[in-house]
Design a binder for this molecule. Structure first.
Ligand SMILES: [Zn+2]
Length: 394
C-alpha cells in the first residue's frame, strides 16, 4: 500500500515547494516539486491529483494500492479507475490492476488562469506544438512554456540529471524570452522515488507536474511522438497511446491534448523550419553529455534522422549553428544504408524512407552496400548467438 498525505507548501528563497509525505509500507518518503514562487497561488493544495498521477506507475509496477488522505478530482478518479489503469495493464501484463482509495472526491473546477501551456524542450515536436497553436486565442493560446526535471534528463534523477536539466534550461529560456514568454520550471525528486524506466512512465511524470498547476492551465498540450494513425498500446513506450492516456488524465480544471498528432514527423519538421527563431535553438540530441561543440552531437540516431529530414526538405543549411554538418556529411550514407537495411522499421523510419523516395533523393551505390553490410552483420550476430546457445546446451 502507498499512502499519500495532504500536501504542504513552503517558500525557499525564490521558489515555492509543494510536498507530501508518502508512506510505502513502512518506508517514509517526502515527494516534492519546486516551482518559481510567483506561481504559488496557482498550486493545487485541495486535491492530491498530481501526487497520485506521479506515483501511479510505482503502484502498478509493484501491485501496491494507493490510499489518498485528502481529496482527488472526481473526473480523474473516474478516468483512472475505469479506463487508464485497465488500459496500462492491458498494454503491459507485468503491471497489476490496483485500487485507488480516496478520502473524498472533488468535482469542482479549480481553474482561474484560463490559459494554455506546453512543455518546451526545443525539439521538433515541442516547437511544432508551439507553432501549431500560435494563432489560438483565450484559453487555447499558449501563455507559458514549462520545463520539468522528472526523468527526461536522466531516468533515475539525482545530481547528474539535475546538472543536464540546468544546462538545457539556458537555451529554453533564451528562446522563450525571444517569444516574450515565461518558462515555468519544475524540479522534483519524483525520479529518485520512482526508480523506473522513463520511457514507460514519461507522460505520467510530466502530467503530474502540470496537475499542480490546474488553477493556471485550462488546456495543456503535451507533444505527441507519433501521428494518431500509429496508435497502439505498447509495453515499452507509452507514447504510442498518448492520445488516449492524456485524455484520461484530464480533470474538471485542466484538459490535456496529445498535440500535433495530426502531423507526421516530416510535416512537423517542415513547420518548424519555416520559423527562423528556431535556427539557433533546435535541440533533438539524445546524447546527454555536456560541453558539446554544437548543441547537438550530430551522430546519435535522433540527430541523424532530423538532419536527413531537414536536408531532404532543403532546410538543413539553416541549422548550421546547432549541427556539425561536416560530421553529418561524413556519416549520412552509412545511416541511410542502415535505415534501408534494418528489420522492424519504426513508423518514423518508414515515413523517412517514403520521403526520400518522394523527393527523389540521390542515393549513391555505397548506400546499398552499407545496407547489405548492415544485414550481413545482423545475421552474422544472430547466427553466432544461435550456435553459442546450441554449444552451451549440448
Ligand atoms: Zn545527438
Amino acid at each position: 500500500m502507498i499512502v499519500i498525505n495532504k500536501p504542504k507548501l513552503f517558500i525557499e528563497a525564490e521558489f515555492v515547494i509543494i510536498s507530501s509525505e508518502i508512506n510505502i509500507f513502512e518506508e517514509k518518503e517526502i515527494l516534492w516539486y519546486k516551482f518559481p514562487v510567483e506561481f504559488q497561488n496557482y498550486l493545487v493544495t485541495e486535491n492530491l491529483d498530481a501526487f497520485l498521477v506521479g506515483l501511479l506507475f510505482l503502484g502498478l509496477k509493484n501491485g501496491y494500492d494507493i490510499r489518498l488522505e485528502s481529496q482527488v478530482s472526481e473526473k480523474l478518479y473516474y478516468n483512472l479507475t475505469h479506463y487508464l489503469i485497465p488500459a496500462l495493464c492491458l498494454a503491459n501484463p507485468a503491471l497489476t490492476r490496483i485500487e485507488i482509495l480516496p478520502k473524498e472526491l472533488n468535482g469542482q473546477n479549480l481553474n482561474t488562469g484560463n490559459i494554455a501551456g506546453t512543455g518546451l524542450s526545443c525539439g521538433i515536436d515541442s516547437f511544432a506544438t508551439y507553432y501549431d497553436h500560435i494563432k489560438e486565442n483565450g484559453r487555447f493560446s499558449i501563455g507559458y512554456f514549462t520545463f520539468f526535471n522528472v526523468g527526461s534528463h536522466g531516468d533515475m534523477g539525482g545530481e547528474r540529471a539535475r546538472k543536464v536539466y540546468k544546462e538545457r534550461l539556458h537555451a529554453v529560456r533564451e528562446f522563450a524570452m525571444g517569444e516574450n514568454k515565461k518558462v515555468i520550471t519544475v524540479d522534483s525528486n519524483l525520479s529518485e522515488i520512482l526508480q523506473v524506466n522513463f520511457q514507460k512512465s514519461h507522460s505520467l511524470r510530466s502530467i503530474s507536474c502540470v496537475l499542480h498547476l490546474q488553477k493556471l492551465f485550462r488546456n495543456y498540450y503535451y507533444a505527441s511522438a507519433y501521428r494518431f494513425d500509429h496508435f497502439k498500446l505498447n509495453l515499452i513506450d507509452t507514447s504510442d497511446s498518448d492520445i488516449f492516456n492524456l485524455n484520461m488524465l484530464s480533470t474538471e480544471s485542466t484538459s490535456f491534448y496529445s498535440s500535433v498528432a495530426q502531423l507526421s514527423r516530416v510535416e512537423r519538421s517542415q513547420l518548424v523550419s519555416q520559423n527562423p527563431s528556431t535556427y539557433p535553438f533546435l535541440d533533438v540530441c539524445t546524447n546527454p553529455w555536456i560541453d558539446k561543440p554544437y548543441l547537438n552531437c550530430s551522430y546519435c540516431y535522433k540527430c541523424l534522422r532530423t538532419q536527413l529530414t531537414l536536408e531532404i526538405g532543403d532546410n538543413l543549411k539553416f541549422y548550421n549553428q546547432v549541427f556539425d554538418l561536416k560530421k553529418y556529411q561524413e556519416i549520412k550514407y552509412k545511416y541511410i544504408g542502415e535505415l534501408l537495411g534494418k528489420n522492424g522499421k519504426s513508423p518514423l523510419d518508414q515515413e523517412l524512407i517514403a520521403y526520400l523516395k518522394e523527393r527523389n533523393y540521390h542515393l549513391p551505390t555505397k548506400v546499398y552496400i552499407y545496407g547489405l553490410l548492415y544485414r550481413y552483420n545482423f545475421y552474422k550476430l544472430k547466427l553466432k548467438r544461435y550456435f553459442k546457445e546450441i554449444i552451451e546446451n549440448n
